[in-house]
Design a protein around this ligand. Structure first.
Ligand SMILES: *Cc1c(COP(=O)(O)O)cnc(C)c1O
Length: 366
């Protein structure tokens, strides 16, 4: 889209004090998740008078906010999460970034924020990865996690859509997401708290959804589980998703099911990719409601063989145990099931450029 003779949409102002190579390499040896950040950030501003302006890639630095900045009071904020990978031939790739761009616009609409055009979203991410390509860990399974986000930056305490927004993209080198060593996670069924209600913001990737999930997540940890699983807000019966990952169920006839996108579930790009890969394999996949009592009964009878959670950060993670005030059951043999492992391996192989990209999901950064 951008012609060679056009100036880049996100011009780079190289940082004067990048991290020295030895310090960077020490951090990249074991980055963990979300604690180490690269040298630069992409940014753009929006105002009612100017629209999108001030695009660029600049030194990553703290941002100063007036105490009356709108987002600090009314939480008009959305974000995205995607990863850059190093392919076998050394090229850096992104996985379905166009889907993140589209979802970012959809989240913006729900939160009464301006839509960032897909071309600007994609170019902001590419420009940052180009600037900070040295921050991509060479580790097995390593990636550069990219976090585009946008918030209401107008200084005003009136309750209304902000007249100004700041859009930023930061990059964080990542190893694994969950602590390694455990083959599966345990989940706690929240019976007191819900994540999203019909007509609410459950399908938007907004920070407020996460704020609302933290008390339930803390309860899960207190109960000795890794993650919380939410039920629907109306009947408190249908399984929805984890705080930040979608769920899949695998049955003894080889079919899969995942809760449908009815507005209370985040439309995961990993979820969509798994649906496609499963159908490619000839598996029967249903997007349908699945009740907590059926999950327990089917796990006990053996009709349900596997359950896994999926999302960009942790890719595919098997669920081995389910607990709650009135629930306690194991899934399969507690480890990753056969179909879970196969779908995970296929997805990772495509993301890493090790398997044919038959759906045009992988974009190379030049
Ligand atoms: C981001 C997110 C997911 C996973 O989406 P991916 O696009 O697969 O990373 C699932 N649930 C929630 C609540 C999320 O915020």
């Amino acid at each position: 889209m951008t012609h060679a003779d056009q100036p880049p949409a996100f011009p780079l102002t190289t940082r004067a004090d990048p991290m020295p190579e030895d310090a960077r390499m020490a951090l990249l040896a074991d980055p963990g998740f979300g604690r180490v950040f690269s040298d630069h950030m992409a940014m753009a501003r929006w105002s009612t008078e100017k629209g999108w302006h001030d695009m660029g890639v600049v030194a990553r630095r703290p941002i100063e906010l007036d105490p009356a900045t709108s987002v600090l009071h009314y939480a008009q904020e959305i974000f995205e999460g995607l990863k850059a990978y190093r392919a076998g031939d050394g090229a850096i790739t992104l996985f379905r970034p166009d889907a993140n761009a589209r979802r970012f616009r959809q989240s913006a609409v729900r939160m009464a924020m301006p839509e960032l055009p897909d071309a600007l979203f994609l170019e902001s991410v590419r420009a940052l990865v180009r600037a900070d390509r040295e921050w991509l860990p060479a580790l097995e399974g390593g990636s550069l996690y990219l976090r585009p986000f946008m918030f209401a930056s107008e200084v005003f305490l009136g309750v209304k859509p902000s007249a100004e927004y700041l859009y930023l993209v930061i990059a964080s080198p990542a190893g694994g997401y969950f602590k390694s060593g455990s083959p599966s996670i345990s989940v706690w069924v929240s019976e007191d708290f819900t994540r999203a209600a019909p007509g609410g913001t459950g399908a938007a990737k907004c920070g407020g959804n996460y704020a609302a999930s933290l008390q339930a997540q803390a309860e899960a940890i207190r109960e000795g589980c890794d993650q919380v699983v939410f039920l629907d807000a109306v009947e408190r019966r249908q399984i929805e998703e984890l705080g930040g990952m979608n769920l899949f169920f695998v049955f003894d006839d080889g079919s899969l099911a995942t809760p449908p996108l009815t507005g209370t579930i985040l439309p995961g790009i990993t979820r969509d990719s798994i649906l496609t890969l499963a159908r490619d394999e000839g598996l029967v996949v249903r997007e349908e409601h699945y009740a907590i009592d059926a999950w327990e009964a089917d796990a006990r009878s053996g009709r349900l063989r596997e359950t896994f959670a999926c999302g960009t950060a942790a890719v595919v993670t098997p669920v081995g145990r389910v607990r709650g005030r009135t629930h306690d059951f194991a899934i399969g043999n507690g480890g990753p099931g056969e179909i879970t492992s196969r779908l995970r391996d296929r997805l990772v192989a495509i993301q890493r450029g090790e398997a044919p990209d038959t759906h045009d999901w992988v974009q190379r950064i030049t």
